[in-house]
Ligand binder design. Structure first.
Ligand code: C2E
Ligand code: MG
Ligand code: MG
Ligand code: MG
Length: 285
């Protein structure tokens, strides 16, 4: 399960994660250690602007490189982190590391992209979330406007007044907000007019069958036009092939993310792949 040289796709350990740990407690203890002992790492997945063929944003996605069990996917440890409360220190680590990587790229005059960081509902509900986040960003010295927070519909629907206060605070510092996995949560469209939201990321389940399912096409098309009308950016997630891309272009989609462009890759691989050619990925030119 190690990453080999130029091989872009990270391969996770084949055994189910639960079976690799003697118990839930063991896994929780290991995860606690992982946060302080540098076993976590961030991969980055680019977002592409179709009009310019340029990358606009890199989404940070956490991985756990366990010393014995190899690489573990976030789906296998984020739920445990949420249950155990470890999501708070983990989330702080992710935000700090994403800011530090952005600072390195800025210092080297490389890669002038925004960085998107996923925020779990538990983190978002934390009383001090906004203050802590702003503090971390300030410690790293980067301009908050380089950052986007990806939150889910469930994060923002719990307490509208509190949500507005948190989002306003973040936005006043220049941080952008996107709604991740848009369309699959329980939410009202009302919040799109109440909350300062910059971007909707259409859940990849709608994009998957956009070529042969007319309902998926209709929903995707409607979200894209809703975005245009409300002046909110829309990103299609999970774009895997050219057929999907062609249909998305017809629906006037402006921005895509997915394996077609690139899977999540290490910071080093990002530099190797996207620093060249005026930041223009080969597939579009
Ligand atoms: P997400 O934020 O919706 O991220 C997109 C996920 O879809 C990533 O999985 C990515 O590798 C995958 N993906 C991207 N393009 C494609 C595609 O074309 N096809 C397919 N089949 N999949 C694609 P990953 O990295 O395993 O992350 C899974 C989820 O774990 C994320 O979903 C996010 O909810 C959570 N997550 C990851 N990193 C963090 C983190 O640092 N903090 C928090 N709170 N959650 C995280
Ligand atoms: Mg995301
Ligand atoms: Mg998503
Ligand atoms: Mg998702």
């Amino acid at each position: 399960a190690k990453q080999t040289g130029k091989n872009k796709l990270i391969t996770f350990h084949p055994l189910p994660t639960q079976q690799r740990f003697a118990s839930q407690i063991q896994m929780e203890n290991d995860l606690r250690k992982a946060i302080t002992e540098n076993q976590l790492l961030l991969y980055y997945q680019p977002r592409l602007e179709l009009s310019t063929g340029q990358i606009s944003c890199l989404e940070a996605l956490v991985r756990w490189n366990h010393p014995l069990h190899g690489m573990i996917a976030p789906a296998d440890f984020i739920p445990l982190a949420e249950e155990s409360g470890l999501i708070l220190p983990l989330g702080e680590w992710v935000l700090r590391e994403a800011c530090l990587q952005k600072a390195r790229w800025l210092a080297e005059n490389k890669l002038d992209y925004q960085v998107a960081v996923n925020i779990s509902p538990c983190q978002f509900q934390d009383e001090d979330f906004a203050d802590k986040a702003i503090h971390i960003i300030q410690q790293t010295g980067i301009n908050p406007s380089y950052l986007e927070f990806e939150i889910t519909e469930s994060s923002i629907m719990q307490n509208m007044e509190k949500t507005i206060a948190v989002l306003d605070k973040l936005c006043s510092k220049g941080i952008s907000i996107s709604i991740d996995d848009f369309g699959i949560g329980y939410s009202s469209l009302n919040y799109l007019k109440e909350f300062p939201i910059h971007c909707l990321k259409i859940d990849r389940s709608f994009v998957k069958n956009i070529q042969n399912n007319s309902n998926d096409w209709a929903i995707t098309n409607a979200i894209i036009h809703l975005g245009h009308a409300l002046n909110i950016q829309v990103v299609a997630e999970g774009v895997e092939d050219v057929g999907q891309l062609d249909i998305l272009k017809e629906t006037t989609c402006t921005t895509i993310q997915g394996f077609l462009l690139s899977p999540p890759i290490s910071a080093y691989e990002i530099e190797q792949t996207f620093y060249m050619n005026d930041n223009r990925p080969v597939m579009i030119s």
